[in-house]
Design a protein. Sequence first.
Length: 267
Amino acid sequence: MTRRMRAPIGAMGLLLVGLPAAAQHGNGSRNGIQIDESLALTTDSVAFMDVPFELGEELTYEVKFGWWTVGEGFLRTFPELEAIRGNPSYRVQMGLEGKSGGASVDYTFDSWMDVRNLASHRYIQNQQGFNSRYREYDIFPRQRRWQRLDVDQAGRTPSDVPLDQVSFIWFVRTLPLQVGDEYVLNQYFKEEDNPVIIRVLRKETIEVPAGTFECIVVEPIIRTSGLFGDGGQAEIYFTDDDRRLMVYMKSRVKILPDIHLRLKEIG
């Protein structure tokens, strides 16, 4: 029987694990995380959220449009924390590179997530080639608002822990992910595109270039265009272990063939 779960809009106490930070001067580490000297003052009193990913983690994928291998993709967590308006943040990135039908594709999606609760502080969508577009957002979780920087546009967020399309991938990795669960999350940073629905569909063994993995399969639905947009019929395969690595993703986007990302290297 399906269990519907609504994550708290505020601090999401179920998901937050307070990890006390020791005093630090200069460069060093805290909870196994390398801290840049410029962030030392802002991280001394921060309780880091317990997360399954590591700084410097990089996953490389074979990318297919339909049956055709067109290039490579990647998910990476940058090796150093960065400060966004004084908030120590992980910088994470998703990218696709390749060619299809003579057209080059070079897409990167960057998100800066607060180390305390994974709230998004900044999001950049940079698509070059087919379907080119550039969008840059500053997101202000405490003020519950966002501002688009490349055009004059702004709006409200429904939560003080807002997420964007890329940060959702890292956020989902922190969830228990029991088969049959359904998470209804009012946390996408654009209020009108909520709720985001995460359905935990099944367990499945899958073989990809990097090997054979036992996986948990989830279906994300965001009411916006893109890989996880409503009607996109996306599925993401995460390893059924503590790391929750993304092994495989498929998505049906209206104007493109099905997109497949198959893990080929863990860095």
